[in-house]
Design a protein around this ligand. Sequence first.
Ligand code: F7E
Length: 329
Amino acid sequence: MAVKHALITGITGQDGAYLSKFLIEKGYEVHGLLRRSASADVVDTRLKWIGVAENVTLHDGNLTDLSGLIRILETVEPTEIYNLAAQSFVKSSWQQPYLTGLVTGLGVTNMLEATRLTCPQARFYQASSSEMFGLIQEPEQSESTPFYPRSPYGAAKLYGHWMTVNYRESFGLHASSGILFNHESPLRGIEFVTRKITDGVARIKLDLQKTLPLGNLDAKRDWGHARDYVKAMWLMLQQDEPDDYVIATGRTVSVRDFCTLAFSHVGLNAEDHVVLDERYLRPAEVNVLLGDPTKARKKLDWVAETTLEELIAEMVDADLDRLRHHEHL
Ligand code: F7E
């Protein structure tokens, strides 16, 4: 059988690294889009950490540059395209609303256009987000729950989501949208709350820091492991028909309780170290998210395999290890 070619945008991010590893193990030839920056030595840190930096081919490109995307798709001839790239930090989206709309929103249109023009038979995955539910309209969010985004990021993701649906219905693209709830790992960026907490716990345990300043401790999220979630992305593209799927664990936990679990993993008390810092509060908050992954379980035979306790232990241990070896991520 011919080798399958995958193109991953956002390959240097957390999900890009886990997905690359997953696809390489399945025998795919993996290509990635690289947003070129001067610091070439740090771009593949995650790919190196996970052990696949030598097995992927990177192409300079940007979601805002349609002709460049077309050239890359012509070169790679992908059978599967995973559009993971985005300005993905919600808080930054208020500081950079236009850029967020351009990359996270219109970037999806560019990818869909490039696909339609060069490889309409390729299967397309769009990284949609639970942030689209924002001010939740139902206590458990499924594929039929109405959206109500609460940030420029959520609004941009919602546009990208509907463009994916539209290209599927207009042009018959095999385009699927995964509405992924928060998913974390040792490769999570330090600006996101889970990694900020596990890194902080490790620093406090090693006497490198005394306090952990955080924003809204009452926010609740449905947190899973990125390793489990990239498998769901792939499963969506193996279906005969494209569709949209909620990917979540079905359990929601507050930031405060996440802290309690993370500190107790190293025998410390969260209340002794966590302090409120209003700089981390947001102009509009998503107070609670809880996904209903029933459709994914029934149609994809997918379930979240890692518990929150296992995820936290893995993240704290990885951060302790990194700090002890003076490594950075
Ligand atoms: O915030 C609260 C914060 O930045 C989670 C992205 O991957 O998931 C992610 O978006 C919660 C919020 O993730 C701090 O207010 C408290 O309620 O880790 P986060 P997010 O905004 O949920 C979705 C699914 C995506 O698609 C996004 O791309 O934690 N929080 N204190 C804090 N958050 C941060 N970052 N830092 C704090 O100090």
